[in-house]
Design a protein around this ligand. Structure first.
Ligand code: APR
Ligand code: PHB
Length: 394
């Protein structure tokens, strides 16, 4: 098979890239090792920056998001038993975020791709990338017991943290930066009304908690738990009891509990690959970087990587220029490191680090006090949370 761009991975990055390239008349095939239902079954974050909202509109998949998404102008920070609202809208001159699950974003992109009759090969096994240091890269894979080959001009590695593309880059050409956090997030999805109309980030002596949502009838909650915990150890009742112990009296009284429809523990890490380009192969999204979910940056970083990459590929074909391709990695990394910093800082501020002792909690509370009572401090949180503009370059 021949295509212009072979995209590895049908998560949000691969699907959005495929959609933006299609809009520009560029042919792309997506190879995905799982089934579509498996991809949709992954429960991930759900906060979209304005830049991401605009990109989904540009891709022609924003309709349901605008109908069902929840616009949030702020969020609460709970510490020392008191809630304080970060008024993002006021502090950023009118910017908001949209609460809309990644599963829904993925579904909207999948539906658009199917409607356009574009090729996504699911259950593609043993995908391998070849000759990406030449002008004629290739991808091979197995399907239905047969070996297949795709010749292309570019390979887009949208295959996530555990994908094959980054792993195939020459070790001498790649540098990886990683920080693993000494705890995980135990997440529960429940068909219960959210405890509050906006998100609540909690720093409590018992650990971090987050009260989020998917709609007016579906909630998402997280608890910081030791890395040694197994999800089987946590009954629904144990989860709700612990969450209540970390909440303030008002939220505790309002919390509606119910059966979990999804429950899982995810590790937290900061991870960046430099560079993100290897000849005709490019990494985008989780394939190139991971953020701890505290800052809700994962999906938003993936979206802007994809926007920069689609612009570069479109420029190659339409203007016969390679400047976008040549600057792709540097342009993404400026934004990635800003988001990595905020995600690391917010994680360090809101979670318990027992190794830091009692003074660690006191220092966190002092920083939280500063943020809440300083407009400059609160604005720093707000402008990072709503996200940097697409043309950010300093
Ligand atoms: N061959 C084909 N497909 C692969 C391979 C492979 N060797 N390895 C991984 N994949 C697929 C995975 O099955 C997955 O569907 O690549 C896709 C990668 O999707 P994601 O991991 O969701 O990464 P991305 O699309 O960049 O989306 C980033 O997802 O993990 C969250 O927080 C993250 O919100 C962010 C978003
Ligand atoms: C979520 O709704 O899953 C969510 C929201 C905000 C975060 C992380 C996860 O920071």
């Amino acid at each position: 098979m021949r295509t212009q761009v072979a995209i590895i991975g049908a998560g949000p990055s691969g699907l959005l890239l495929g959609q933006l390239l299609h809009k520009a008349g560029i042919d792309a095939v997506i190879l995905e090792r799982q089934t579509g239902d498996y991809v949709l079954g992954r429960i991930r974050a759900g906060v979209l920056e304005q830049v991401t909202i605009d990109l989904l509109d540009e891709a022609g998949v924003g309709q349901r998001m605008h109908q069902e998404g929840l616009v949030h102008g702020g969020f609460d920070m709970l510490f020392k038993g008191e809630r304080h609202r970060i008024d993002m809208n006021k502090l950023t001159g009118g910017k908001n975020v949209m609460v809309y699950g990644q599963t829904e974003v993925t579904r909207d992109l999948m539906d658009a791709r199917a409607t356009a009759g574009l090729t996504t090969i699911y259950e593609a096994a043993n995908v391998a990338v070849h000759d990406f240091d030449s002008a004629k890269p290739r991808v091979t894979y197995e399907k239905d017991g047969k070996q297949h080959e795709i010749t292309c001009d570019f390979i887009a590695g949208c295959d996530g943290f555990h994908g094959v593309c980054r792993a195939s880059a020459p070790r001498s050409a790649i540098k990886e930066f990683e920080k693993v956090y000494p705890f995980g997030w135990l997440g529960v999805l429940s068909d219960t009304p959210p405890v509050h109309e906006e998100l609540i980030y909690v720093n409590s002596p018992r650990g971090f908690a987050l009260c989020s949502q998917r709609s007016e009838t579906r909630s998402r909650y997280y608890l910081q738990v030791p890395l040694t915990d197994k999800v089987e150890q946590w009954s629904d009742q144990a989860f709700w009891d612990e969450l209540k112990l970390r909440l303030d009296p008002e939220a505790r009284a309002k919390l509606v509990t119910g059966p979990s429809i999804e429950k899982s523990i995810a590790p937290l890490r900061s991870f960046v690959t430099e560079p993100l380009r290897f000849g005709r192969m490019f990494l985008a999204g989780d394939a190139g970087h991971i953020v701890p979910p505290t800052g809700a940056k994962g999906l938003n970083l993936a979206a802007t990587d994809v926007k920069y990459l689609s612009n570069a590929i479109i420029e190659f074909y339409q203007d016969k220029s390679e400047s976008g391709i040549d600057s792709y990695s540097e342009r993404c990394l400026k934004r990635i490191w800003r988001a990595e910093r905020f995600s690391w800082w917010f994680t360090s501020l809101m979670h318990n680090f027992p190794e830091n002792g009692a003074i660690g909690q006191k220092l966190q509370e002092a920083e939280l006090d500063y943020i809440i009572h300083s407009e400059a401090g609160a604005r720093s949180v707000a402008e990072n949370y709503v996200g940097l503009p697409l043309d950010f370059g300093h």
